[in-house]
Design a protein around this ligand. Sequence first.
Ligand SMILES: [Zn+2]
Length: 425
Amino acid sequence: MNLLIKGGRVIDPSQGIDDTLDVVVENGLVKEIGKGLATSAGAETIDATGKYVVPGLIDMHVHLRDPGLEYKEDIISGTRAAVAGGFTSVCCMPNTKPAIDNKAIASYIINKATTDGFCNVFPVGTITQGMAGDRLAEMGELKESGCVAVSDDGKPVKNSELMRRALQYAAGIGIMVISHAEELELVGEGVMNEGFTSTELGLKGIPRVAEDIATAREIMLAEYVGAPIHIAHVSTKGSVRIIREAKARGVRVTCETAPHYFTLTDDAVRGYNTNAKMNPSLREADDVAAIKQGLKDGTIDCIATDHAPHHIDEKDVEFNEAMNGIVGLETSLPLSLKLVDEGLLTLAQLVEKMSCNPSELLGLGRGSLKAGSVADITVIDPAKQWTVTESVLASKSKNSPWLGATMTGAAACTVVGGKIVFSGR
Ligand SMILES: [Zn+2]
């Protein structure tokens, strides 16, 4: 299928482009970007007037739950949700059953995504075997089988010596370590952010310093061994400050946050709302302000969703018992576009954080509309109004704190490898 995407506002930070242009796609690749381009014979034309045309969005932190937990999500439903949210690539976290700690599981995911999925899936392997925190996984084998990073996401690597060796080894073979930064002794039996709201609700709190300390340890280890580190789902003002200071002195640290951390506070937990229970917890207004500042000044490199689908039976229980996490693939784009409306980010900066930066960090070879690039393209309708409902969400799971909310902005068309895989709701 050849495509002509006509008259959209093309924003491609990789080429410094922000202009009303046409994009020609041939044989799965971007052929040309320019003004007044003609359609080749047999090409399909997409009218992008009034829309944004950007390098396909990349979500570097997704739980597809496949293999082993397909009652929550699988590669087909998860990638369907991804393209509905405007994502052309996702990186899937290794806490599946079994975990992605060997070639067989990584190959299973890549093969199933290639044959049945709607978008690119780049698996993340584990740091330790079975995510048990005892012995390093075969990172070389994981990299060879297509894993783009390693992480024990969901758990921290408690043993600092093991983490040091993981960073050294990963740097040696050129694979990124993604840290779930959390100090478990401080977490204790906490179920939400420790503060005024947890006291009022009578719920056990998790102090923010549990994240700050773990972030600081990762940075000190990375600095000591001279290796890169990526901090997942940053949620506290302390972490933002520590990462900013580390970057300023040249530590190779990068990080991501998720839309819920710049949109919601722990007030959302009131009413014991289990769809506001996640890990890290929703924090407080000063944390939200710090996350926004970190996005603005470049401390925070990427916006990822931490899409964490759970079955209704795992959420429709007492708050203490409910599982952590929310679905995020389909609400990330409108929530992130708000940062542009608020004047916090330019559109180009948003595209960097949702496409160019994750591609560059993990070496995905995406995030650009340069001639010859793989034609992964998201056409965004910034004015589209829609309501988040269980039926509208393509994900198998419906655990969103935004059910019933009206969103502004959505993917109008998602193109993966030159093929239209989603064309609006
Ligand atoms: Zn995590």
